[in-house]
Design a protein around this ligand. Structure first.
Ligand SMILES: [Zn+2]
Length: 300
């Protein structure tokens, strides 16, 4: 059975709603019946829902701490305890770094090898706030390498902290600046790419759009990856200037609004990000982008 376009949209709305409730098997049944649409804009949801539904068929859960549990498939993982230990210690490391103590309920889903594919948007993982808490989704191949698993977890757990601090109101580029820094795997060789082609160092609006874009081809993937690296350089600069405590304060400066950034940018007035930056660091967004570029250019 297949739906017409408007029915597709309604079916996707219902599927995404079920997914938010973590009813991933029911969401998957609905998603398979709905069309992907010409733009393929539902493809990302389709893959996410599929991957979690594959895991849910026979998955087990093991508590990692009072605030975290790990969902895994016993066919893929005999003994989850070593992974649980690595995941928990990575999360604790990031929390300690950003002085974060308000643990939010979090489930880490370790996907099965069956759904192992490179996600253009989220090659190393994904973090989403569902109705009953945060869900961090990690692809199967990061389990191969303990260091990579911990990097991925540090990045995704930093999303939980960034989201909680900013109430989800910070621009995506700033959130990624914090998360790529927390990951601790900035590729310093990207410096040469940015210097050879200064246009690839994007403006705030362009960077935001690239992070949100979805691409299935290789050059698109490379662009998105480079955008993440730019965020990493910006994060590095902010941390050097103000440390983790001030970066956390910058996230908090976004609280209490709804769609504020877009609103202020449209009015061409000072956005909460600008205001927070000026108060805490002494410069605004566009100066931050210039300064981070210069800092990168001077690095060895
Ligand atoms: Zn991220």
């Amino acid at each position: 059975m297949s739906f017409a376009a408007s029915e597709d949209a309604a079916a996707w709305e219902a599927a995404i709603d079920l997914y938010q409730q973590d009813a991933v098997v029911e969401a998957w049944e609905l998603a398979q019946q709905a069309g992907l649409g010409d733009s393929g804009r539902y493809l990302r949801w389709y893959r996410l829902i599929e991957a979690e539904a594959l895991l849910r068929a026979g998955s087990h859960r093991i508590p990692a701490s009072a605030w975290m549990e790990v969902e895994y498939h016993p066919n893929e993982i005999d003994d989850p305890r070593p992974y649980v230990y690595l995941l928990k210690s990575a999360a604790e490391q990031v929390a300690k770094r950003f002085r974060w103590t308000d643990w939010a309920p979090t489930t880490v889903a370790l996907l099965t090898s069956e759904s192992d594919h490179r996600w253009a948007m989220h090659p190393y993982g994904f973090c989403i706030e569902k109705d009953d808490g945060y869900k961090i989704i990690l692809p199967y191949d990061v389990l191969d390498d303990n260091a990579e698993l911990q990097e991925a977890m540090r990045h995704e757990y930093a999303h939980v902290i960034a989201f909680e601090l900013s109430d989800g109101q910070a621009p995506r580029w700033l959130e990624e600046a914090m998360c790529v820094s927390a990951e601790e795997s900035l590729d310093s060789e990207t410096k040469d790419e940015f210097l050879q082609d200064p246009e690839s160092w994007r403006s705030p609006q362009d960077l935001e759009a690239t992070l949100e874009s979805f691409s299935d081809d290789e050059s698109g993937e490379e662009e998105v990856w480079l955008a993440y690296q730019q965020c990493g350089w910006i994060g590095l600069y902010l941390l050097e200037r103000g440390g983790e405590v001030r970066m956390a304060d910058l996230m908090r400066a976004h609280r209490g609004g709804s769609g504020w950034n877009e609103f202020w940018i449209r009015l061409r007035r000072e956005s909460p990000t600008d205001r927070g930056l000026r108060r805490l660091f002494g410069f605004g967004v566009s100066e931050l982008f210039d300064r981070a570029y210069q800092r990168m250019a001077r690095s060895r």
